[in-house]
Write a protein that binds this ligand. Sequence first.
Ligand SMILES: [Zn+2]
Length: 336
Amino acid sequence: MLPFRLVYSDGYYLPIGQHVFPAEKYRLVYERLRAEKIVSPEDFVTPEPASDDDIRRVHTREYVHKLKTGTLSPQEELMLEVPYSPELVKAFWLAAGGSIKAAELGLQDGLSFNIGGGFHHAFPNHGEGFCMIHDVAVAIRRLLHDGKLQRAMTVDCDVHQGNGTAAIFGARTPTGDPLPSASPCVVELKQNGSMTSGPMGEVFTISLHQQNNYPAWKPASSIDVNLPDGTDDAEYLAWLDNALSSAFRRFEPQLICYIAGADPYREDQLGGLALTIDGLKQRDGLVFRVARARGIPVMVAYAGGYARRVEDTVTIHCNTVLAAREMMDRTAVRGV
Ligand SMILES: [Zn+2]
C-alpha cells in the first residue's frame, strides 16, 4: 500500500478514434501499475464527474452550453483537434472530477495523483490542443470556493506551454483574454533559453516548455521558461531548479498542482526536447523533493505524451508514481 492515493476510472478513455493522442494510455498506466505491483487495489479512488457549477467556475456559461448541447461551431471543433461527441464531454467532466478529488486528497495526504487530466490548453471560452475542459483549474477553483485553499501553484512540465492555465489565472478581461499589461518581462536570459516573469494572483503559474512549439501565442505565466530545441536532461533540470527557487522567493503556495507531461521525452512525436526516460524521472523527483522540503502538498495530473512507442509514454507516467513513492517511502503518514 502506498502512502498516497491515485484517482482513476476506465471512463478517462477519450473516444477520439485513431489519433496521435494515445487515448488508451490511462488504462495502460493503470494496468502497468497493477501488474508490476507498484500499487495495490486499495490505493485507487474512483472519481465522480465534476458538477456543471464546478466547470463554470473556470469556463464561460456560453462555452459550457455549447458543449452540453453539441453546438460548437466547425471552427471551434477544429481548434479542439479532437472530434466532438457527447461521450467525449462526459470523459472531460470525469477528468475534472478526478482532479478535484486528487486535489482534495493531496491536501489531506500530502501527495496524490490523477491518473489522467492535465488538460492545460483549455481556455475559459474555448478548447484547443486536445483539451476541452481545464481540469486542474476546475479543481483549484473548487478548493478556493470551498475555502480549503487560498494560494496554489501550478508547475507545468509538459513540453507545450500552459496557455490555458496562464489565460485563466493571469490578469485578464472578463472574456478570458489576458490584458496588455500581462506581457512578460525577461528576468533571466542565457545563451540558450530564457526565463520570463508575468502576472501573479492567488494562483502562481510556472511553465517550462519548448519555445519553438505549439502554442504559437503564449500568454504570460507567472514564470515561463522558454527552452531551446534539443534541451537535454542536465540543462532542463537546472532550469527547473532555477524556476522553482525563483517562484518560492515570490510565493508560498498551499498546494502544488504538478502537470507532469511525458512529452519532453526525446522520442516524442510532438515535442522537440531531448530528455531521457531517466531524466524525466529525475524531473519528477526534483519537484517532489522541493515540495516536500517546504512541506507543500502536491497533486499530479498527467497531460501530454506522444512517444513513438506508447509503452515509453506509459513508462514515463508510471515512473512519476515511482519517483513519488521513493521520495515518500520513509516520511509520509497517510491522513496527517
Ligand atoms: Zn503537451
